[in-house]
Write a protein that binds this ligand. Structure first.
Ligand SMILES: Nc1ncnc2c1ncn2[C@@H]1O[C@H](COP(=O)(O)OP(=O)(O)OP(=O)(O)O)[C@@H](O)[C@H]1O
Ligand SMILES: [Mg+2]
Length: 271
């Protein structure tokens, strides 16, 4: 018998003020898989992640986590939100923020057991954050903060980790480091990953599956199945070419198409 998917998104639709944001989006994530949720600005990535978390009700459709209907406080989900502002003046050390992840599913802070303190130390090491564990989180660099936020989400030992644009605002070296770190963590902790991004190239070496979102519709599968001219042209409703060059993918719109529709255009040319 095949294993129950960690996440099932089944025909999810949502409109805001009569505007259709998600239109029958379906995909599955299986145990330990790394999935990229790729789409341009405003296409609905954050909205979809919030629906998966139970923070936003879909207009239609269903979410199941480990085969069960979503309950809002599911312990199986970890989350790194898109916008986290960490004030440098707040006297909160990196290790304190990680430890707060232990309390995410119950009220109050409580005293830490030795076992919990050891778990926090281990997770800080797992994300290569041990050398700034005692620094104030607000004083850390963007890449360092991202590691601490990942540790915070991991410490409750979820089965699925959702990360909303964790690579935005990082330089190319930090992007590579965080992607490699997530790939390692995913297998060491047996946690599936759903990571949103508007640029897929950095994820190509590690993605098991892709959910490609445009104008409310989604195509999902392996990169080879989805990032193809015929599949993406159908999704966009106009012709796009997919060019593979030096291990990178370029999605190129036909002349006259809106360049802004295409999420992955580091060197996009629309003539
Ligand atoms: N609560 C809301 N009420 C009304 N409209 C909303 C609400 N939340 C999101 N939207 C709209 O839904 C659309 C999708 O937004 P969303 O934040 O999900 O996009 P996104 O893909 O995450 O974009 P970005 O890459 O910029 O983060 C946007 O047009 C946004 O303005
Ligand atoms: Mg977003």
């Amino acid at each position: 018998m095949s294993e129950v998917p960690v996440l099932e998104v089944d025909n999810v639709s949502l409109s805001f003020s009569g505007r259709r944001i998600l239109d029958g989006v379906s995909f599955e994530i299986h145990r330990g898989e790394f999935t990229g949720l790729i789409g341009s600005n405003g296409v609905g990535k954050t909205t979809l992640l919030r629906i998966v978390l139970g923070l936003q009700r879909p207009g239609a459709g269903e979410i199941r986590v480990l085969g069960l209907p979503l309950s809002r406080h599911s312990r199986s989900l970890g989350y790194v939100p898109q916008k986290v502002v960490l004030d440098p003046d707040v006297p909160l050390r990196a290790r304190d923020l990680v430890a707060l992840g232990l309390d995410a599913h119950r009220y109050g802070f409580g005293r830490r057991t030795k076992q919990q303190r050891e778990l926090v130390d281990k997770i800080l090491c797992d994300v290569d954050a041990e050398h700034f564990a005692n620094s104030r989180v607000g004083s850390l660099s963007g890449g360092e903060q991202q590691r601490v936020l990942i540790a915070h989400a991991l410490v409750s030992q979820p089965k699925l980790l959702l990360l909303d644009e964790p690579l935005a605002n990082l330089d190319p070296k930090s992007v590579q480091e965080i992607v490699a770190l997530l790939h390692r963590v995913s297998s060491d902790h047996d946690v599936a990953i759903l990571l949103s991004a508007h640029e897929m190239n950095a994820l190509l070496p590690v993605m098991d599956r892709i959910v490609y979102l445009t104008e409310g519709r989604a195509a999902s599968g392996t990169t080879e199945e989805v990032v193809r001219s015929d599949v993406l042209s159908k999704l966009y409703g106009h012709h796009v070419d997919v060019l593979k060059l030096h291990g990178r993918v370029l999605v190129v719109a036909e002349p006259g198409a809106e360049a802004g529709d295409i999420p992955d255009h580091p060197t996009l040319t629309v003539s």
